[in-house]
Design a protein around this ligand. Structure first.
Ligand code: ASP
Ligand code: MG
Length: 411
């Protein structure tokens, strides 16, 4: 018997039929002898609808009132699911965040969970009752309702699993796991049986939006095994774990777990800056002061005592970054600013990189043989990223997927 937290997302709760389907899945787990605590999202589209209503009154609604209202989406689904469970003979009880006592700080719209009371939930489990808890919401010390940010039910699920010391937190969604890359770009992309938290964070931050990033960080920190599975298709899903070694009977750890990519990139070059101490700080200082996040950085060494300094920012920050860079050019008496928007970033991610040399070389060779020019490179312990022209994105992802044998099953 295991204690499992099962979180069902908005699509899974999208209609009465779907809620009944979720109830049957919960019942099946209960029938297998497990203790289940359920966390649910609002019906798909409901949170958007509520936000739109609020904005109809005030484009910038007071954040306390907004949270008070958007938390209602989940209050509907908890009771509907509890009713559906009761109907098929599974005793169930619904709880809002406040009723459980999911305590958060006071940061409306992006609150952080500080503490969760578990007595009531554990007592229900012991008595054979399935608690159905509203995701996304909590309560601050003064009794105000707070919400955790969009997609926050994932974090509720993980936080509950950590507080309850559950054996696993299962995130049920509309995809059947985490893939080696986006199947819309490479149809041969394969579902991963397992992936480490570190790898998942790299893949998630690079654009695969299966889970709210905060929930993955949370799960890693509290060592909660996380599993992503489909509500609609039976299957083992993808286990996200601390353990880097695959279980007995599987073959050697694959070198690369996945390929992430992002089109949300812009490249800026400050050309002809004097090559002397303090230049990087003189350029990136004002960029940082403007609250613009810099991703990759390259500095070329010039022969004539000047250098070119290139960096990337997200596309949404492009205009602001260019304005700041132009001011820096004046101050440093540099040649000018060059910018490029027709770029993308492609990254190989895998903990296997730590113990294997030659992965970067193989990546560069693969891109070269497709005639793809690399504009920038950056590496970390478990990731190699390149910036290339955006028209080559699909080609680059597919070529790398093939070169690193990602379509082949890992077992
Ligand atoms: N209902 C909230 C949202 O749409 C929370 C969630 O679904 O995780 O963002
Ligand atoms: Mg979600």
């Amino acid at each position: 018997m295991a204690l499992l937290v099962q979180k069902y997302g908005g699509t899974s709760m999208g209609s009465v039929e779907r809620i009944e389907h979720v109830a049957s899945k919960v019942k099946a787990a209960v029938d297998r002898g497990h203790q289940i605590v359920v966390v649910v999202s609002a019906m798909s589209g409901e949170t958007d609808r509520l936000i739109k209503l609020a904005k109809g009154i005030n484009p910038r609604p007071p954040s306390r009132e907004l949270d008070q209202m958007i938390a209602t989406g989940e209050q509907v689904t908890i009771s509907l699911l509890a009713m559906a469970l009761e109907k098929i003979g599974v005793p169930a009880r619904s709880y809002t965040g406040a009723q459980v006592a999911i305590r958060t700080d006071k940061a409306y719209n992006k609150a952080r969970i500080q503490q969760i009371e578990t007595e009531r939930l554990l007592a229900d489990c012991k008595a054979g009752i399935v608690p159905v808890v509203a995701g996304f919401q909590g309560i601050d010390d003064d009794g105000n309702i707070t919400t955790l940010g969009r997609g926050g039910s994932d974090t509720t699920g993980v936080a509950l699993a950590a507080a309850l010391k559950a054996d696993e937190c299962q995130i049920y969604t509309d995809v059947d796991g985490v893939y080696t890359t986006d199947p819309r770009v490479e149809p041969k992309a394969r579902r991963l049986d397992r992936i480490t938290f570190e790898e998942m964070l790299e893949l998630a931050s690079l654009g695969s939006k299966v889970l709210q990033i905060r929930s993955v960080e949370f799960a890693g920190k509290y060592k909660v095994p996380l599993r992503v599975l489909s509500t609609f298709v039976e299957g083992p899903g993808t286990l996200i774990t601390l353990d880097e070694k695959p279980s007995e009977g599987t073959m050697e750890e694959p070198l690369i777990s996945g390929i992430a990519f992002s089109r949300d990139e812009a490249q800026l070059t400050v050309a002809g800056v004097p090559d002397r101490p303090g230049i990087a700080a003189a350029i990136l200082g004002p960029i940082g002061d403007a609250n613009i996040e810099v991703d990759m950085i390259v500095q070329n060494v010039g022969a004539d005592g000047t250098t070119d300094f290139t960096f990337t920012v997200s596309r949404g920050e492009y205009e602001r970054a260019t304005d700041v860079a132009k001011k820096v050019v004046e101050e440093l008496n540099a040649k000018g600013v060059r910018t490029a928007l027709d770029i993308c970033k492609v990254s190989l991610v895998g903990v296997g990189m730590r113990s294997h040399a030659g992965i970067a070389a193989k990546m560069f060779k693969t891109l070269a043989s497709e005639g793809i020019n690399i504009r920038m490179i950056s590496t970390s312990e478990i990731k190699i990223s390149v910036v290339v022209e955006d028209k080559y994105l699909e080609l680059a992802v597919r070529a790398l997927h093939k070169a690193f044998d990602l379509a082949a099953p890992s077992t």
